[in-house]
Design a protein around this ligand. Structure first.
Ligand code: OTU
Length: 658
């Protein structure tokens, strides 16, 4: 009680010094109400990180001024969206959700032409569109846009800020939420802050980690991972203009921001809210694991990284509450889940599921997938996974070594096997992948390649093998059926819906050839889309079968909010889980009872055969489904409780009570 009183009294005093003149009377009421709800937590996080600064109070005031200014700049329609999201905070758990991620240029050319592709997105059922970074960035290599030179300018090749703003509105009118990248661990070395730092401006030099010599970097270095060892060893870069060593976790031209400086926190909050005010509904927190450095640690997943993200989340709650965060932590599974909380990131990529789907395809076994998901799939009911099979990055084998050891799998050897398997160095492999980021010291590497090439379509087409083409398409369906049904938002990587093959063109381009991730960053042409609509083509088979699965997801609430129980059966070639709707997802679900056969099912038993052989699963698992009659949504066959469940090669079964 007394803390509450103190914080309100402290806030009242502080507010006398905040410029609220630009707020309308109703905005001012909203601002004060939200502050009285969230200021105490914001204050606590802010002072936890910055409280030791003599001028902490000054920075807190600057932060509140930034929040007020950004709230006043929010459009009326976005304020209406704020209100509607606050009354329906779990909108992202709905079974209608379907995500897609794409590069503006590869998907459509530019922002204007992307508008013309909205009907295509709608025909797929997309409700969530993540556009890869589209901000101004250096000419030539910009790490695919992840080196941002100006958060407030769109890359001129793609359009303008006003194009982006009008696209956000058009998307929303079409039922599609826009997701943008929030690249806040680093800026490009061409960002105005970096330019000022290079020019010797001391204030801006404190925006980054800049060292006069290598003595301090040398103390950090032995504990740090190397993310792109193929382009640069170590984590520091010498800048010849300022004659300083700069912390650069990723490429030389990506300078890590210094979050020990409260001015950086406030400056980045201002940029974040600018993006929110463009009309995006989600921000993807790029490389969030790296934002806090602590000597003697690997400088990943530090407790203060969490505090800072929670503080950003509170800033959104005050100035743009419609916007949610998506965590991009491609780290150890036990660390991934720590970012997931309604006070931190409401959404999170699921890199463990992604990696282990690929593992199961290679081994034809589901034990590691099952055991890992049993351990790590369950998260707060306020949050959802973003489940994906491929994305713009490489595949890293981020499973938990202990879970592997418990199954008798040597994790180091197994990762080597997976790399060999997917880069075509393993006899009998179906995959056409490319090794990425090989570390000469550790021998580690990751894998690149498009979905279709990695599941065997590239080779099968080259050999014109009808049977292998079908098997490759079956693998595409199997992997997507899992992300469509396991719980959370399924995120399709643009081009995968029509089975685009690896594009080796990047090897001829000087600014791309050193980064093999470009092999799976592929333009989607009008011809590709036309082929996907033409009867009999491979593209059409992929797209039609995928559409069928998507339609099922959209029809049944059981694919939305609810619980997932991962089931380990005696058959180690089949992946099995049970879904149970949560009562709040639909009214009809509430009135459902055990004997009711007409209403929408509240349970789903999903089974996936990861092999090219017929598999059987004991009928006892069907007893979980509490109804006299059963029905497989995919094959549209009735099933009986008594018979063993048979799965043809790569068959997907979505069994519901009927
Ligand atoms: C992210 O990925 C982006 O997805 C990449 O495309 C960028 O290059 C990178 O950040 C820098 O902005 O290293 O290989 O463990 O968590 O943040 C992908 C590393 C990456 C990841 C991840 C990073």
């Amino acid at each position: 009680m007394s803390t509450k009183y103190d914080s309100q009294r402290g806030l009242d005093r502080l507010l006398k010094e905040i410029d609220m003149s630009m707020l309308t009377p109703s905005d001012k009421r909203v601002f004060l109400a939200r502050l009285s709800e969230h200021f105490e937590a914001l204050f606590s996080h802010f002072t936890h990180v910055y409280g030791y600064h003599y001028d902490c109070y000054y920075h807190l005031r600057a932060l509140l001024n930034t929040l007020a200014k950004n709230l006043s700049e929010r459009t009326e329609s976005l304020k209406a969206l704020d209100a509607s999201r606050l009354s329906n905070p779990h909108w992202y758990a709905h079974h209608s959700m379907l995500g897609m991620a794409c590069y503006v240029d590869l998907f459509a050319g530019d922002l204007q032409r992307l508008k013309a592709r909205i009907p295509y997105l709608q025909s797929l059922g997309v409700t969530y569109l993540h556009l890869m970074p589209l901000y101004r960035s250096p000419e030539g290599d910009s790490d695919g846009g992840y080196a941002v030179s100006d958060y407030r300018q769109v890359d001129p090749k793609l359009g303008t800020v006003s194009d982006l703003q009008s696209l956000a509105t058009e998307l929303r009118n079409a039922g599609i939420s826009l997701i943008l990248d929030f690249v806040f661990n680093h800026t490009s070395d061409e960002h105005a802050w970096a330019m000022a730092a290079k020019g010797g401006d001391k204030n801006f030099q404190h925006y980054y980690y800049m060292f006069d010599d290598k003595s301090i970097p040398n103390q950090y270095e032995p504990h740090l991972r190397e993310i792109f060892p193929q382009v640069r060893r170590g984590n520091f870069t010498f800048d010849s203009t300022s004659r300083k060593w700069i912390w650069t976790t990723f490429n030389n031209f990506q300078w890590d921001l210094n979050y020990t400086n409260p001015e950086v926190f406030t400056a980045i909050t201002d940029e974040m809210l600018f993006l929110a005010n463009l009309g995006c509904e989600g921000l993807r927190l790029d490389a969030l694991a790296f934002i806090w450095k602590e000597m003697g640690t690997d400088c990943e997943n530090q407790p203060k990284a969490h505090t800072i993200i929670q503080a950003f989340n509170l800033c959104l709650k005050i100035a743009a509450p419609a916007v949610v965060f998506k965590s991009e932590a491609i780290v150890h599974p036990d660390e991934v889940v720590k970012y997931i909380d309604k006070e931190e990131c409401q959404l999170s990529y699921n890199p463990l599921l992604m990696a282990l789907i690929w593992n199961s395809l290679a081994t034809r076994k589901t034990r590691l997938l099952t055991a890992s998901m049993q351990k790590s799939f369950s998260i707060s009911p306020d949050c959802v996974w973003v489940n994906y099979v491929r994305c713009h990055d490489d595949i890293g084998w981020t499973f938990d070594d202990n879970v592997a050891w418990q199954l008798g799998i040597n994790p180091h050897d197994h990762r080597q096997f997976l790399n060999a398997y997917y880069t075509g160095q393993f006899e009998g492999s179906f995959a056409n992948g490319v090794a990425f980021g090989e570390n000469p010291n550790t021998g580690d590497c990751r894998v690149c390649g498009s979905l279709a090439s990695l599941v065997g379509l590239e080779d099968a087409l080259a050999d014109n093998s009808i049977e292998r083409i079908k098997t490759a398409i079956d693998r595409i369906m199997l992997t997507h059926a899992i992300i469509l049904s396991i719980g959370g938002i399924p995120l399709i990587y643009s081009g995968d819906e029509v089975g685009l093959l690896n594009d080796y063109e990047y090897r001829t381009q000087p600014d791309k050839q050193h980064d093999d991730r470009w092999v799976h960053r592929i333009p989607l042409t009008d011809q590709d889309i036309a082929a996907s609509q033409k009867q009999g083509t491979v593209q059409q088979q992929i797209s039609a079968r995928l559409q069928h699965l998507i339609q099922l997801r959209k029809t049944y609430p059981v694919f939305g909010a609810g619980n997932t129980t991962i089931i380990g059966t005696e058959n180690q070639h089949v992946f099995v889980f049970l879904r149970q709707s949560s009562a709040s997802d639909s009214v009809s679900v509430k009135s459902q009872n055990d004997n009711n056969t007409d209403e929408t099912p509240t349970q789903l038993l999903a089974l996936f055969n990861f092999t090219e052989h017929t598999q059987q699963v004991d009928a006892k698992y069907l007893a979980q489904l509490k109804a006299p009659h059963l029905f497989d949504l995919v094959s549209e066959e009735p099933l009986s409780h008594e018979t063993t469940i048979t799965l043809a090669p790569y068959q997907i079964r979505w069994i519901v009570p009927k």
